[in-house]
Design a protein around this ligand. Structure first.
Ligand code: G6P
Length: 374
């Protein structure tokens, strides 16, 4: 089988690290993953292999994945449930495969994987198939094991990803999930035609908006340099912002070796807040209008205990400045798509902290790009 990835894509092309290059490829990745599936004013996902009738019959979606792909899945849960009103359960593949999961009639299983070779994800796929359920793979590597064994494959067109810490493949996974959610929402009439076409417009604008955020890298680098000696960092958010926090936190610990945790902001008070002391960095993500005030209260709580609060929010939310020490604004988009924008400064932050510490950014210790053993 011939795979049409060009050799140049696997070279650094003047960038200091693959990770930086791959972050810069995200506008293209997002456009490549969404573009071919936007036809006129509709979303067409032929690879889904499902008729509208079959989409209407889906009662529940199970998303199974590992690492960052799992975090994309958590984001996907909020988007699919919010937009298409379908219940979604997200599992870590290593849990799903051994917990004798309850899959009922009308369940649809989605396995997300960049490499398509992760042992736990592959085993979870086999488990679902053994029980007679069809599996949709959201996969980046063409012809990989998960792509071959899944009943249907929706490829993320991110091209080869070399850095161990994923950036562009994760961004592409988010887009694949938005497309699915929009498709399902339209078929199930849970969005109006007007809302649908507004979303299409927002989806089309994402690549340029990501570019804009990437161009802000110097400001983030300066900020990151102040945290090279940090011992631990917390990421907080609610809803989709919680999903972004999980990925932001994983990026930081993977490549900079700084201990980091992501917390659902409302859960902080049940224990974790005891770890906040003078100068602890707390990154708060607050992009969801309905949760904005709630997250601001959590920021005030940690600030009162000495935390330094970095906030990521949407343009116009100036009110946040009263509760934050440092603010990064992202452009306005549909509330379901904010993850694609808010993750960019968090990726850049992790990258520059790791570079500042002299870490091997592309090949962090103890980690592998593709975990093919259990
Ligand atoms: C490894 C990588 C992670 C990745 C995870 C899942 O742990 O270091 O970056 O998210 O595997 O990989 P997959 O290829 O299944 O998406």
């Amino acid at each position: 089988m011939t795979i049409d990835w060009d050799a140049e894509a696997a070279e650094k092309a003047g960038y200091e690290h693959f990770m930086l290059k791959e972050m810069y490829e995200q506008p293209k990745t997002v456009a490549d993953t969404a573009g071919p599936r936007i036809k006129k004013n509709d979303i067409v996902i032929e690879e889904l292999g499902m008729t509208d009738e079959e989409i209407l019959q889906v009662k529940k979606i199970h998303i199974v994945a590992c690492g960052s792909a799992y975090h994309a899945g958590v984001s996907g849960k909020y988007v699919l449930e919010g937009m298409a009103r379908i219940p979604v359960e997200v599992d870590l593949a290593s849990e799903f495969r051994y917990r004798d999961p309850i899959l009922e009639d009308g369940a649809m299983v989605i396995v997300i994987s960049q490499s398509g070779e992760t042992a736990d994800s592959l085993a979870a796929l086999r488990e679902a198939k053994k029980r007679g359920f069809k599996v949709l793979g959201i996969v980046n590597v063409v012809g990989s094991s998960i792509a071959r064994e899944a009943d249907n494959v929706m490829y993320t067109w991110a091209g080869p990803e070399i850095a161990v810490a994923t950036t562009k493949a994760y961004s592409a996974q988010l887009i694949a999930l938005y497309l699915l959610a929009m498709k399902f929402a339209r078929v199930r009439h849970t969005v109006t035609e007007e809302e649908f076409s507004e979303m299409l417009g927002d989806l089309r604008r994402l690549p340029d908006q990501i570019e804009l955020l990437l161009n802000n890298k110097n400001r983030i680098q300066r900020f990151a340099n102040r945290y090279i000696a940090a011992k631990e960092v917390f990421f907080i958010g609610r809803g989709i912002d919680y999903a972004i926090s999980m990925e932001g936190s994983l990026k930081l610990k993977e490549i900079s070796y700084i201990h980091s945790e992501a917390y659902a902001a409302g859960e902080l008070k049940h224990g974790t807040i005891s770890l906040i002391e003078e100068g602890t960095l707390v990154a708060a993500v607050a992009t969801q209008p309905a949760l904005f005030q709630k997250t601001i209260s959590n920021m005030v709580e940690v600030k009162a205990r000495g935390a330094f609060v970095l906030a990521v929010t949407c343009e116009g939310n100036r009110e946040i400045e009263k509760a934050a020490d440092y603010v990064i604004y992202i452009p306005i988009t549909n509330r379901f798509f904010t993850n694609s924008l808010a993750i960019i400064p968090l990726q850049l932050f992790s990258y520059y902290v790791a570079v500042g510490k002299g870490c091997d950014v592309d090949k962090p210790r103890n980690l592998a790009k593709s975990v093919t053993v259990e």
